[in-house]
Design a protein around this ligand. Structure first.
Ligand code: HEM
Ligand SMILES: *[C@@H]1O[C@H](CO)[C@@H](O)[C@H](O)[C@H]1NC(C)=O
Ligand SMILES: *[C@@H]1O[C@H](CO)[C@@H](O)[C@H](O)[C@H]1NC(C)=O
Ligand SMILES: *[C@@H]1O[C@H](CO)[C@@H](O)[C@H](O)[C@H]1NC(C)=O
Length: 322
């Protein structure tokens, strides 16, 4: 009869919903993860990061970048921190990282402090995520609340680090797709590129751009930058990514792009007649909108494929497997 069928259907749905409640949910990140197990973890990390940045202000930039290069390769699992060993081919030697990514020792020092406080509790991936948030705040950037409970990888992938990190010569569609692969949309990509409001880049990464006399570069800017970046030497000479306020987190990066004063090709391509021009204009006109979008995008980036629950491990030393 129709009514028994309805009763059967209701019973079926009831059982289904019960089963759903009983099945343990996948472990998730949580903002209170260490509140009981290591209540002083966040404060301890912040102090360590503050010490490093007051010693060298550029370290704020380096740590933000370190976190980005961790998250885009296998997710935010501290894989980038593992050193070479018989079982690990370190991401540190991947092309975008070698001789370029900095700050490993700062994260290791912060981790050593929390390890002393609460042995075997706080992951390297969480230390790095918190450090990036603290670094932004300390140089005038936004702050945000970080969900915790990431675990550390048991491996690293040099191959993925070379394939999955964007190139300084990447055209716009390739930047959009690399970020898209990581669940980040076009606005996230533009906002996150605004991290180039601080920090520095090496001559060999922007030499072609400043010597090519292309039309998408300000002539005065190119000539200034040539003085610090010889055509045939000085590969490692540094220039600020934001020529106006290289040590402060602000929206001058976007104002520079509108004046064709982006340092890297991947910077200028965000404002060169393509689909992201309007976003660059918006951020250049609205500092607070940039800051809040940056914070939102950082949270999204910091939650790329984390290991949680029983996945992965907790490393005692970030550079080595336990
Ligand atoms: C959009 C694609 C991106 C490309 C192609 C790119 C590329 C680069 C390159 C080539 C450098 C200079 C490295 C060197 O001179 O050794 C650099 C520096 C930097 N990048 Fe990016 N980046 C991108 C996105 C990001 C994102 C998403 C962040 C963080 C949220 C970030 C943060 C930084 C910082 C802070 C520096 C300066 C680091 C320092 O001074 O130590 N970048 N980036
Ligand atoms: C690293 O380990 C994860 C989890 O065990 C695995 O899915 C992934 O394929 C491994 N990656 C490499 C490069 O071995
Ligand atoms: C670009 O212009 C400068 C100075 O005007 C000149 O010395 C240089 O050779 C030019 N470079 C190219 C690639 O045309
Ligand atoms: C800037 O963005 C904020 C949102 O963060 C918005 O409320 C405000 O109206 C914008 N200001 C301007 C001048 O567009």
């Amino acid at each position: 009869m129709a009514s028994t069928n309805i009763i059967k259907a209701i019973m079926f749905l009831l059982v289904l919903s019960l089963a759903n409640n009983i099945t343990p949910c996948e472990a998730q990140l949580s903002s209170t993860f260490y509140d009981r197990s290591c209540p002083k973890a966040l404060r301890t990390i912040r102090t360590a990061i503050r010490t490093a940045i007051s010693r060298e202000r550029r370290m704020a930039a380096s740590i933000l970048r370190l976190h980005f290069h961790d998250c885009f390769v296998q997710g935010c699992d501290a894989s980038i921190l593992l050193d070479d060993s018989p079982s690990i081919i370190s991401e540190k030697n991947a092309l975008p990282n070698k001789g370029s990514v900095r700050g490993y020792e700062v994260i290791e020092a912060a981790k050593a402090k929390v390890e002393k406080l609460c042995p075997g509790v706080v992951s390297c991936a969480d230390v790095l995520t918190l450090a990036a948030r603290d670094a932004s705040k300390m140089v005038g950037g936004p702050s945000w609340s970080v969900k915790l409970g990431r675990r550390d990888s048991t491996n690293a992938s040099l191959v993925q680090a070379e394939a999955g990190l964007p190139s300084f010569k990447a055209p716009l569609d390739s930047l959009i797709s690399t970020f898209g692969d990581n669940g980040l949309n076009v606005r996230d990509m533009v906002a996150l590129s605004g991290a180039h409001t601080i920090g520095q880049a090496q001559c060999f990464l922007f030499r072609d751009r400043i010597y090519n006399n292309g039309s998408d570069i300000n002539v005065g800017f190119a000539s200034t930058r040539r003085r610090g970046c010889p055509l045939n030497s000085g590969n490692e000479k540094l220039a600020a990514l934001d020529l106006v306020t290289p040590n402060s987190f602000d929206n001058n990066y976007f104002k520079n792009l509108i004046q064709k004063k982006g340092l890297l090709e991947s910077d200028q391509v965000l404002f060169s007649g393509g689909s992201t021009d309007s976003i660059v204009r918006e951020y250049s006109n609205n500092h607070s909108k940039f800051k809040s979008d940056f914070a939102t995008a950082m949270v999204k980036m910091s939650e790329i494929r984390p290991l949680t629950g029983q996945e992965g491990v907790l490393r005692k030393i970030c550079g080595a497997l336990p």
